[in-house]
Design a protein around this ligand. Structure first.
Ligand code: PLP
Length: 387
């Protein structure tokens, strides 16, 4: 029977994916969240959140109320005043970054974008899409933007407005660029026209819950901020959201009569389900539940780092980061444990589905391999590798 084939093929896919997820310790995705309530109640219901989520539309097949609730929840945590809050659900932080840079370019058409070499690849890509002049700045070995190099680059172009992509958790090394130092560079060169966009794809989902004095927030002169929803918060489909000051985003408004809503987003038709997945996580866990998950991820990362250090295996971890960066193991291990790698480094990301048992299994394989090869670097060389 045809329908038997359909079921078999889908079951095979399900089995393959779940099996791969078992050894997934290197990707920034939360594979532990339970979304079954949304899927069973609304998985088969059509929703399309096309247009501005803050503009009420009668009779729409939309979940805008839920979308706004998630945006307000994070807006509050990032000190974005409700009267000045705007944002929408994106396909992920690539689109969130595109929106932020688009807004920046509309404000300052002749601006120059500065971003560190450790920025996500979507930043130079979006710069190309927007035709933005972009200057890549080197980073420290731990992945933070090189402030002196940024200072020189801005100094060489003081006639132009400045766009800065500020990383809050770089993809590979989990570094956070220092907002205060970037502000002081702009100040020093008397740059009044600037737009700071924050790429907070992974860390943005958990920092507000563990950090009492969140450094990056809208009380400071940031203009837009992108977060990926499926990373820390968790969703069964890729998604994200962008927050922006309403006073600025209003500049992008174009009326689209056809959808009875101002056309303020990069995308046209948008998922009405993705806000529901995040809404459900926020509602069912509350701030305290999210904070607990974040603390668990960070203490597991700390434990993992300690194990590697105790064995003299080259590694490091930035502050408030659930990313443990380690010297790239052999390709078989990298492949089996799905460790994303770049140059001489790989990383483990302690997400909610990563357990101590799983990491012990990985570490056993790693240490066994290294002992057999006799290739351990003596203790302390990790620091040297980094300097
Ligand atoms: C994952 C990530 C992105 C891109 O997010 P997508 O959801 O894949 O579009 C952007 N920036 C950083 C720092 C990331 O880690």
């Amino acid at each position: 029977m045809i329908s038997d084939n359909i079921t078999t093929e889908l079951e095979r896919l399900r089995h393959t994916i779940l099996e791969r997820a078992e050894t997934s310790i290197g990707t920034p995705v939360n594979l532990a969240a339970d979304h079954s309530q949304i899927i069973s109640l609304l998985g088969n219901v059509f929703l399309n959140n096309v247009g501005d989520p803050f503009v009420e539309r009668a009779n729409g097949l939309v979940s805008h109320e839920f979308e706004r609730e998630v945006l307000r929840f994070f807006g509050k945590h990032y000190a974005l005043d409700e009267a000045d809050l705007w944002g929408y659900f994106t396909s992920g932080s690539t689109e969130g970054n595109l929106y932020g840079l688009w807004l920046a370019r509309e404000r300052f058409p002749d601006a120059v974008l500065y971003y560190s070499v450790d920025s996500h690849y979507s930043i130079p890509k979006n710069a190309r899409i927007l035709g933005l002049e972009a200057v890549e700045i080197p980073s420290s070995p731990r992945g933070e933007i090189d402030y002196e190099a940024l200072d020189h680059a801005v100094q060489a172009r003081t006639r132009y407005p400045v766009i800065v992509n500020l990383n809050c958790g770089t993809t590979m090394k989990g570094a956070i660029d220092d907002l205060a130092r970037i502000e002081s560079i702009l100040d020093k060169h008397r740059i009044n026209d600037f737009h700071i966009h924050v790429d907070a794809a992974l860390f943005g989902g958990y920092l507000p819950f563990i950090d009492d004095a969140l450094e990056i927030n809208f009380n400071r002169p940031i203009a837009s901020l992108a977060i990926s929803g499926y990373k820390f918060i968790g969703s069964p489909v890729p998604c994200g959201f962008v927050l922006a000051r309403r006073t600025l985003s209003a500049q992008l408004t174009q009326e689209a009569e056809y959808i009875q809503s101002p056309d303020t987003t990069v995308s046209g038709s948008r998922s009405g389900h993705t806000p529901l997945f995040l809404w459900h996580r926020i509602r069912s866990l509350g701030e305290e539940g999210l904070a607990q998950e974040a603390r668990d991820c960070l203490s597991l990362a700390e434990w993992c780092q300690e194990q590697l250090e105790a064995h003299g295996y080259p590694c490091f971890r930035n502050g408030r980061s659930n990313i443990v960066v380690l010297r790239k193991p052999n390709p078989e291990l990298v492949n089996r444990w799905r460790l994303l790698s770049q140059g001489e480094w790989s990383h483990i990301i302690c997400m909610q589905h990563v357990t101590k048992e799983k990491l012990k299994e990985f570490l056993r394989e790693l240490f066994q391999e290294e002992t057999e090869k006799g290739s351990f670097l003596p203790r302390g060389q990790c620091q040297e590798l980094l300097s």
